[in-house]
Design a protein around this ligand. Structure first.
Ligand code: NAP
Length: 247
């Protein structure tokens, strides 16, 4: 079992990529804290799957964009499991609009959840990882953070910011045996992409060299790799899981 004995906190784990990461962690032997913000029923379904694999699952409702809630998420993980080895900053939202029409609140909401949320959780979790002299932090960025996308200035800025954050945190935390990496998914089949117009879906699909959308489980496999021992000498990197979309 690749992650045997480890405890992972996955933000936004009630569905999509986060749900797949929680299940993949359990399948690899880790116990999981499943964070969600509004969809408790979906989070319960993921928890049931984790428990069916013989691992412990704890649910925790928290809006990661709020520092006090991110702190409580980490405190609860530590009190429930007694340790916190892996943090996956996966919670994310989109609020698409062309630049000239983008509202202040759309900019702020996307930056606050996707970027500030990762900072809030990392700051909260790093303390115990530093004490343990072991930790893995994996930030779910996006190919949009690497290449930009019309109509997603807020999301592209947040996801590019997350890559800069990953590199800075990797430099700070590396000497304490904590690795920090980013995964940049491409076009993955989740609710986030289900809402895109057919024209946008077609435009994005055309760029994928493997010729199909990705599945959440395919992103989760990369996260599991980075979370375990095989990735112990990898830090500050961005791993694209995008079927060759960004070459
Ligand atoms: P999704 O299906 O829309 O799920 C989003 C998850 O984030 C849900 O679990 C949601 O919780 C949670 N969430 C939203 N706001 C939150 C907040 N303020 N605090 C805590 N949790 C919050 O999205 P997804 O497609 O799986 O995306 C997951 C991550 O991958 C995101 O960071 C996204 O930007 C990134 N990504 C996705 C794609 C793609 O093609 N799908 C591509 C590149 C990157 P509730 O269920 O409670 O609402």
């Amino acid at each position: 079992m690749y992650l045997s004995g480890k405890v992972g906190v996955v933000t936004g784990a009630s569905r999509g990529i986060g749900g797949a990461v929680a299940r993949a962690f359990a399948a690899s032997g880790a116990d999981v804290m499943i964070n969600y913000v509004s969809r408790a029923q979906d989070a319960l379904t993921v928890a049931a799957d984790v428990e069916a694999m013989g691992r412990r699952a704890v649910l925790f409702q928290a809006d990661v964009s709020r520092p006090e809630e991110a702190n409580r998420l980490v405190e609860n993980a530590l009190s429930s499991f007694g340790r916190l080895d892996i943090l996956v900053n996966n919670a994310g939202i989109t609020r698409d609009a062309l630049l000239l029409r983008m509202k202040d609140e759309d900019w702020e909401a996307v930056v606050n959840v996707n970027l500030t949320g990762a900072f809030n959780c990392t700051r909260a979790a790093a303390r115990s990882m530093i004490k343990a002299r072991w930790g893995r932090i994996i930030n779910i960025s996006s190919v949009i953070g690497l290449m930009g996308n019309a109509g997603q200035a807020n999301y592209a800025a947040a996801k590019a910011g997350l890559i800069g954050f990953t590199k800075a945190a990797a430099r700070e935390l590396g000497p304490r045996n904590i690795t920090v990496n980013a995964v940049a998914p491409g076009f993955i089949r989740t609710e986030m992409t289900a809402g895109l117009s057919d024209a946008v879906k077609e435009r994005l699909s055309e760029r994928v060299i493997l010729g199909r959308l990705g599945e959440p489980e395919e992103v989760a496999d990369a996260v599991v790799f980075l979370a375990g021992d095989a990735a112990r000498y990898i830090t500050g990197q961005v791993l694209s899981v995008d079927g060759g979309m960004v070459l």
